[in-house]
Write a protein that binds this ligand. Structure first.
Ligand SMILES: C[S@@+](CC[C@H](N)C(=O)[O-])C[C@H]1O[C@@H](n2cnc3c(N)ncnc32)[C@H](O)[C@@H]1O
Length: 255
């Protein structure tokens, strides 16, 4: 059975064990960018070398990985880990800011852009309309245009730096079948929510308790699927794990 978990913990405490216990793990993450963002708990201003070593540890944890970062960040990470991504996809977000795109780099896992369909261009052309009808649309391009989540966005939570759900749905949608997606920097749980909507098992790990709870409630409220919430204290003593389970059709706290 597909399953979705939000774990409230430091990812470095639980990631090796999580990679070990799930089937075909693939890390998909939008990490902190080390630009002084105001998160609860995590300080987003590490010394440069420490920051890249931190992301390098995630990428070298033994699972294929997909990272969202600025283009320079993806290049820097590739140097840190000594290998290049197999594919890179651009996320373009038209705005009034100087920066309007980030890259999504696939390390050790090849995305299949045919798995996500989108409307063909030039729908005024009858032949294109017929093609659209027959095929359900063209394959995803190597760039995705999607607005950033703003304070006024419908999907906005209390998390200060949320990924658009539509974007993460496309990213997880082009990954192979049979994987389990792990997001070690889960924030408000957008990656795990996108997975839940697509029926892909996923574990989101978030160090801050408030964000972890927001993620848990958000996924449950949006999808109605059973989400498991694993408390921070539980992970330090695996045999005493206290799990609050909300499986569709059962009461909270059961299981
Ligand atoms: C860029 S945000 C992720 C936002 C997420 N993609 C979303 O859509 O909400 C990065 C998150 O990583 C969390 N974080 C930082 N260090 C962590 C660690 N060692 N373990 C787990 N989470 C961590 C921060 O608290 C923050 O919520």
């Amino acid at each position: 059975m597909s399953s979705w978990e939000i774990v409230n913990a430091d990812c470095f405490d639980v990631l090796p064990e999580t990679i070990e216990r799930v089937s075909n793990p693939v890390i998909v993450t939008d990490p902190p960018f080390n630009i002084g963002y105001h998160y609860n708990e995590y300080r987003d201003k590490l010394p440069e070398s420490e920051y890249w070593a931190m992301l390098g540890r995630i990428a070298n944890m033994g699972a294929p990985s997909v990272f969202v970062h600025y283009p320079e960040g993806i290049n820097r990470l590739s140097i840190e880990i000594g290998r290049a991504p197999v594919r890179v996809l651009a996320w373009v977000y038209p705005s009034n800011t100087a920066r309007q795109h980030r890259d999504i780099a696939f390390y050790g896992v090849k995305p299949d852009f045919r798995r996500v369909r989108q409307p063909y261009r030039n729908q005024n052309d009858k032949r294109v309309r017929e093609l659209q009808k027959r095929t359900g649309g063209g394959r995803l391009y190597d760039w995705i245009e999607c607005n950033q989540v703003k304070n006024v966005s419908k999907e906005k939570t209390v998390h200060p730096c949320q990924m658009p759900l539509e974007l993460m749905q496309k990213v997880v949608g082009i990954l192979p079948d049979g994987i389990t997606v792990i997001d070690p920097f889960a924030g408000s749980g957008t990656t795990t929510l996108a997975c839940a909507l697509a029926g892909i098992p996923s574990v989101g790990i978030e160090v801050n308790e408030l964000y972890a709870q927001v993620a848990y409630e958000r996924i449950e409220a949006t999808t109605g699927v059973g989400v498991e919430y694993v408390e921070k204290s539980a992970m330090a003593h695996a045999d005493e794990v206290v799990r609050c389970r909300a499986v569709a059709g059962t009461e909270k706290g059961e299981g």
